[in-house]
Write a new protein. Structure first.
Length: 176
């Protein structure tokens, strides 16, 4: 696991990610092949991160999504492992991504919303602009928050998961 605070140094880039997150927060999950051109800021940032931390020749691409957890117990994420949800539903096979990341985009401490990973003894606080790289196959959860918690999350896959896991839409965001 890797944790880095004040991860995005470029203030304009961080603001662009936060702005884009408002468009992405529709519970959609998107797919990007490693060899495809990035079409939005989220894809560009994820690609830079995974190029740095993964051997991209060993992976087909990554999925990414935005989560906005609100201050209620219902919005907490229960214990789970990231997997090809469609495949698991059809066949009970659990095929998991290799590397996962979370980048906290909220601007103030959400007072909760800790990332807990079953193999770790501590909870990872959801600090603004904190980056966490971890194994998404290991069970993890997010605790309830008192204020909104906004994240960009992504998983790297050696082989692309089922296309049914994705909205089929592509967010191509043009700056005004």
């Amino acid at each position: 696991m890797i944790i880095k605070d004040n991860f995005i140094k470029d203030v304009a880039l961080l603001e662009d990610l936060r702005s884009e997150a408002k468009f992405l927060d529709k519970k959609d999950t998107f797919w990007k092949n490693f060899n495809a051109e990035a079409v939005n800021t989220s894809e560009k940032v994820c690609q830079i991160i995974f190029d740095k931390f993964c051997k991209t020749t060993e992976y087909q691409g990554f999925e990414y999504w935005v989560n906005c957890l609100l201050p209620s117990e219902e919005d907490a994420l229960k214990w789970h492992s990231d997997k090809d949800e469609h495949l698991a539903e059809l066949s009970d096979q659990f095929v998991c991504p290799s590397v996962g990341m979370v980048l906290y985009l909220h601007e103030e401490d959400p007072e909760g919303g800790y990332l807990e990973i079953s193999t770790e003894t501590e909870s990872i606080q959801a600090l603004p602009n904190r980056f966490v790289l971890f194994n998404p196959a290991v069970p993890h959860r997010v605790t309830p928050t008192k204020k909104p918690r906004l994240t960009l999350a992504a998983n790297v896959w050696r082989t692309a998961p089922s296309k049914e896991n994705f909205s089929g839409k592509k967010l191509i965001r043009k700056k005004s």
